[in-house]
Design a protein around this ligand. Sequence first.
Ligand SMILES: N[C@@H](CCC(=O)N[C@@H](CS)C(=O)NCC(=O)O)C(=O)O
Length: 270
Amino acid sequence: MDFEDHNMDFFGLWAQRLREPERRRHSAVGEQEQVPSPPAVWVFGYGSLCWYPGFEYTKCITGYIRGYTRKFWQGNTTHRGTPDKPGRVATLIEDKEGLTWGCAYRITGDTALQYLKNRECTLGGYVTIDTKFFPRIAFEDSDGVNGEAFEVTVYIATDKNEHWLGDEQCVHHIANQIVESRGPSGHNVEYLLRLARFMRDEIPGADDEHLFTLEQLVHEKLKVKNIPLDEVMGVSPQRIRRDSHELRRQPTTFEFASRVPETKLRCLNI
Ligand SMILES: N[C@@H](CCC(=O)N[C@@H](CS)C(=O)NCC(=O)O)C(=O)O
């Protein structure tokens, strides 16, 4: 049983038990009350969280946030680099025209948030912001979320944190740093290529010039250095079931999404 099935069994059982009469709390006048479910929080992933969440969640849906652009401008010495040779990981840069694709995870309880606080904030220098998430495909859900934009928490590294590296004169410098960095969680190349693969597999048609330029340069540099991919890619991460409401994956017209006005076209939901 993989991570997701276990997770769904747990919540499936929990939801089923709620329906059992003895599970409902009785108010003073004997009316049946629903046992309140723990509040759900949605966390938006746009870097390693897209392919390695590492926490329990009850739903994962692909979509985007507006007003930010993804850049490999955050240094990292605890996962994909070392203090002597920091790696580069993704963060978000404010950009009025920006639009960043990723996936939102619905989590309940405190465990996942404590895990993320350690992984992202303590170890990574990220802070949290709240913003609107636009699901790629509308979906019905017990939370009543039906494809309209909704609030998500995002972990973002600003230029104020100690690991910040920022831009380079030339994108080749960033690609070189990625090719030459490795940390306790694995090679920096794996981080970049698994994110690029997530974008291609899960959000076909979406563009991200910075990400895909780095992907191409890193592949070229690995070839020149004669470094085989299996030397840097590590173990395949656990399967993530995304967009379980979708019958089949539809290509995304990125340009259209980037121009869509605030009021969404519900039928297309982009
Ligand atoms: N907050 C971004 C980036 C998170 C991220 O990539 N954090 C790094 C550095 S703290 C991490 O957790 N890496 C784990 C790994 O590289 O396996 C996301 O939502 O994915």
